[in-house]
Design a protein around this ligand. Structure first.
Ligand code: GUN
Ligand code: FE
Length: 470
């Protein structure tokens, strides 16, 4: 097909660094709705000067021929090979826990937090330590295809600002929250907010820093971040609820993650975590709840009414949750859901891994796990999701959960995307030539590794090491 275009069209990796103002031809896959895959082989995406998609043209139409011809004549046509998918959205990352990835996973949540996590997070009082970890983390996540992330940082204003700066400088879309925790019963002396006033003022200070950053043309936003109900006093939760109402910004917290966390909420408040968050004004359209494994049917109804979202973290749940999140039930009730790695509760930073584990966990919930029980009593029928649903959740679902225009190849969306090269020499993906559309994408999502992710773009510009001319 490219043969018919004038020689002025651009192809090859040297032409792929900056796709703004270009018309890009490629093999695009996206999942605009749960379980619905669309492929546009040879489709054209026109990308504006602002890095957003201006037009989408399917191959074979008159419009496609005209756009291709005009773009080629203007030297604006770029041909990409490989598979192209939307950038991945990680809805739950603890940035300061990156050095803990894969460590200390032998304890239940409440012990893990006290023994490993809080001492590590306390080290971010050192701004230079924060800077070096956060730059590494943002670069690594981008290289793995995570173009948008919802971050918990530590309690430190300066360190949290370092994280925001790292995202802005690397052009990763992010929401960044300074974690709030003031309950002396649950937080150690060395890692605790001294007062409600401190928690609120620090949250405001980070938001002001993010708003004032001269290069922040919408890349990073603040997010109010009470760690979870056990970490915060009632007064703090109330104050943060007021702040959320006042500023209209996002809220994130953990909800009903484990048996212990669920019981803690029930004992302290006399009702569920969800109900408590709602009473404190923390459950809105802008709320993202991590985990939610133990939310009941009526909790889900309340969440759906408020319009909040769940960050489903299936890998982390295998270690800390004691149960599998009823994802299918949440989707059926209209709850918005995206996927999270939960670094470092989940010992992998890969959103491809999160997709794989989403499918596996849902199958285990459906079928059950105890072989001594009869098959008919072992699982929860109707709980499985397929890879196309997981792909939707990791892309458009995450974008929808944050009300951000990312995750689909459609006009008005940011051009955040990755190229998967099935033939990458150090890659792990093998194609045999007989794949259907769905098989082709499923093979990529199940078997590709980082070496297969050769290019990552945000707002049309390549990010990471590869972005620099050799
Ligand atoms: N609950 C409260 N804090 C945390 C955390 O850092 N990780 C996880 N997985 N759960 C939490
Ligand atoms: Fe978490």
């Amino acid at each position: 097909m490219t043969d018919q275009w004038p020689a002025s069209h651009r192809s090859g990796p040297h032409a792929w660094t900056d796709l703004r103002n270009c018309v890009v031809s490629g093999d695009w896959f996206h999942a605009p709705a749960a379980g619905r895959l669309e492929r546009m082989a040879g489709g054209l995406l026109e990308i504006g000067a602002d890095g957003r998609i201006a037009a989408v043209c399917h191959a074979g139409s008159e419009e496609h021929r005209t756009l291709a011809r005009e773009a080629a004549q203007a030297g604006r046509l770029v041909t990409l090979d490989g598979l192209l998918i939307p950038g991945l959205v990680d809805l739950h990352v603890h940035a300061p826990q990156y050095p803990q990835l894969g460590k200390g996973l032998d304890q239940p949540l409440e012990v893990w937090l006290q023994r490993y996590t809080f001492p590590l997070e306390a080290r971010y009082a050192d701004r230079l330590f924060a800077r070096s970890v956060y730059r590494r983390l943002v670069a690594d996540l981008l290289a793995g295809g995570t173009t948008t992330a919802l971050y918990f940082a530590s309690r430190h204003v300066e360190a949290t600002c370092e994280l925001a700066d790292a995202c802005i400088e690397a052009r990763q879309r992010a929401l960044v929250g300074r974690v709030v925790m003031d309950n002396p019963d649950q937080c150690p002396d060395f890692y605790r907010d001294a007062s409600v006033a401190e928690g609120v003022a620090a949250t405001r200070a980070v938001a002001a820093h993010i708003a004032a950053h001269p290069a922040n043309t919408g890349w990073v936003r603040p997010v109010i971040t009470p760690r979870f109900l056990p970490s915060c006093t009632d007064d703090m939760l109330r104050a943060l609820g007021h702040l959320a109402g006042e500023c209209g910004c996002h809220v994130q917290t953990h909800c009903a993650e484990s048996d212990w966390a669920r019981d803690y909420g029930q004992d302290r408040f006399g009702h569920s975590d969800m109900e408590a968050l709602d009473r404190f004004g923390l459950l809105t359209r802008n709320t993202v709840l991590a985990h939610g494994n133990f939310i009941t049917g009526s909790d889900m109804d309340l969440l759906a009414r408020r319009g909040g979202a769940v960050a489903h973290c299936p890998l982390s749940n295998a270690w800390f949750a004691n149960a599998v999140f009823p994802l299918r039930a949440a989707l059926d009730k209209g709850v918005r859901v995206g996927l999270g790695t939960d670094i470092a509760g989940g010992p992998s930073a890969s959103m491809m891994g999160a997709m794989r584990m989403t499918v596996a966990a849902s199958r285990m919930l459906r079928d059950g796990v105890d072989p001594d029980r009869p098959a008919a009593e072992r699982g929860r029928p109707g709980s499985a999701v397929d890879m196309m649903t997981a792909f939707h959740l990791a892309t458009a679902g995450g974008g929808d959960a944050l009300d951000l225009p990312v995750g689909r190849f459609a006009p008005g969306q940011h051009f955040d995307a990755l190229r998967i090269d099935p033939d990458a020499s150090l890659g792990t993906m093998r194609l045999w030539g007989d794949e259907s559309d769905e098989d082709l994408l499923a093979t990529a999502l199940y078997t590709a590794s980082r070496a297969n992710i050769t290019h990552v773009w945000t707002d049309g510009q390549q990010t990471g090491q590869g972005a620099r001319p050799a």
